[in-house]
Design a protein around this ligand. Structure first.
Ligand code: ADP
Length: 495
């Protein structure tokens, strides 16, 4: 490495603390327009909540308030459902597929035009690194709208031999980890199939949904086609239990998913539930290990582990276990934890104080249960909610760090000897959302893929999404699929 003096000579007056430090590269947020207060978006208009209640949404990286946001209660949900019903009966529900497609394409194009603004607000409100929101979340949001716009006039080919009909009014509830992407996964297929929508954002990340409301207004959708509300669990329950809603789509925790399923049992409502996960990345001795390490890091550390399909477990074949562990240790040492709006940041802020407490609870439990922990030496800012990338080894299948969804940058590492043992360990949690296989042999990929009880299995990559492919889980990870042709079906009555 160059001595500091030599470095100074080469770089003029610039002095680096260390040749490997990055200079700050903050994304400018000066041009972002945010209101001080956001009202509910009902029947095409921003509307004050009936009971006049608002809650603050804060930036988890600074703990500063960004805006006050309306809390929807029963009368607001009644109004939103009524507006959606009217639109279904009188305007949106009467349009041809071709016409519906035009509106959805318009939304997609407007999202592309305003992509930078959406990415910045997503990072401010949710804490995720701008690199993720700019390069993954928002481009995917536009891609899902484009994809489903294409289906709007082709539904007869989605279900050959039957004339597909929409359900009517869809109630949709989304989580805080991918606020815009989850909104797109739900709104785009609902609109393509001719349904109207009442959607609720998560209480810690309501802002981009209201920015989407601006686009929906500008795109000229008939009032009431998409209604956007905010609030916490009680608001969500009002949607789930509303008698005039025909279908519920929920993404969130398994605990809430179970509650929702209980409330819907015996009703006429259709539903899809996309719930938790505890995915394993399985690394065989013949894998390209450096690539695998990158995939593991991408699967659990980028995005703070705030991903339901995160690769929160690593199963590594015994012969390469030490090697992979040391490579991982070296790699996480280079990860930058900090300002979500800095383009160099790898791990942003944990979404909320309560989520950080939950992660720390599991880390403590992991230690109590005898796990061996290693955290990177990254410096974290003094304000805000942060968690350093964390590895746990010497953990066994029954440990909570192996079984429970933590939703943080915490990786549980176990070893295996044979493919059979890897499958048994991978499948041995209550979840079954996703998995990853790293090997040089195609035959192993097929063999493992067939035996893993997971909705999505990636091979020699991880966390890749495409609008054409379905996503969803086995066991306690949920019911139904979103994305692709499969994602249309829950919004259609096909009998
Ligand atoms: P997480 O643990 O990821 O925050 P939750 O399942 O608690 O997940 O939240 C996901 C979404 O479900 C949020 O929009 C939240 O407000 C909503 N929600 C929470 N409780 C309920 C409930 N009882 N009924 C309907 N929606 C709920």
């Amino acid at each position: 490495m160059l001595e500091e003096k030599q470095l100074q000579k080469r770089t003029g007056n610039l002095v680096f603390k260390n040749a490997w430090d990055y200079d700050p590269a903050p994304e400018s947020s000066g041009h972002i327009q945010l209101r001080e207060t956001y009202d509910l978006f009902i029947n095409g208009e921003f509307t004050a909540p009936e009971e006049g209640r608002y809650f603050a949404t804060t930036n988890p990286a600074s703990e500063q308030k960004i805006a006050d946001v309306a809390e929807a209660t029963k009368p607001d949900i009644d109004k939103a459902v009524q507006a959606a019903r009217n639109a279904y009966n009188k305007t949106w529900g009467k349009l041809s597929g071709r016409e519906r497609g035009k509106y959805i394409y318009r939304i997609a194009r407007m999202l592309q035009e305003r992509a930078r603004e959406f990415a910045i607000i997503e990072s401010m409100d949710g804490g995720k690194p701008i690199r993720e929101s700019r390069d993954a979340d928002i481009p995917l949001v536009a891609a899902y709208f484009f994809y489903y716009a294409g289906w709007a006039d082709k539904l007869q080919y989605a279900v050959p031999g039957v004339e597909p009909k929409p359900y009517g009014v869809a109630g949709q509830i989304i989580p805080w980890n991918f606020p815009m992407l989850m909104a797109a996964w739900k709104i785009a297929p609902a609109l393509a199939t001719g349904n109207t929508v009442v959607i609720k954002s998560a209480e810690t990340t309501p802002l981009t949904a209201y920015k989407l409301a601006e686009i929906i207004q500008d795109a000229g959708l008939p009032p009431g086609t998409v209604n956007i509300v905010s609030g916490a669990g009680e608001t969500g329950a009002e949607i789930v239990n509303h008698p005039d809603i025909d279908k519920i789509a929920f993404t969130g925790s398994t605990d809430v998913g179970k509650l929702i399923q209980k409330s819907l049992a015996g009703t006429k409502k259709g539903y899809t539930l996309e719930l938790g996960g505890k995915a394993a990345n399985i690394v065989f001795e013949d894998a390209a290990l450096d690539q695998a390490v990158e995939g593991i890091v991408n699967g659990i550390f980028f995005n703070q582990g705030h991903v339901c399909c995160a690769g929160s477990r690593l199963l590594v074949q015994e012969g390469v276990a030490d090697k992979v562990y040391h490579k991982l240790k070296d790699r996480i040492e280079t990860l930058i934890v900090g300002d979500p709006l800095d383009k160099n940041t790898d791990i942003g802020a944990i979404n909320s104080k309560s989520q950080l407490e939950r992660i720390n609870h599991f880390i403590e439990k992991g230690l109590e249960e005898g796990g061996e922990m290693h955290q990177s030496s990254a410096e974290v800012p003094s304000n805000g909610y942060w968690c350093k990338p964390t590895l746990f080894r010497n953990v066994s299948q029954s440990h909570s760090i192996v079984q429970s969804e933590i939703f943080g940058p915490v990786l549980a590492i176990q070893t295996f000897r044979t493919p059979k043992e890897a499958v048994e360990k991978a499948n041995n949690t209550p979840y079954g959302l996703s998995g990853g296989i790293w090997t040089d042999k195609g035959s192993k990929i097929f063999q493992m893929g067939q035996n893993l009880r997971a909705g999505v299995v990636w091979a020699n990559t991880f966390n890749k999404f495409d609008p054409t492919s379905p996503f969803g889980g086995y066991k306690e990870s949920g019911i139904g699929r979103e994305g692709g042709l499969h994602g249309l079906l829950p919004y259609l009555k096909i009998n």
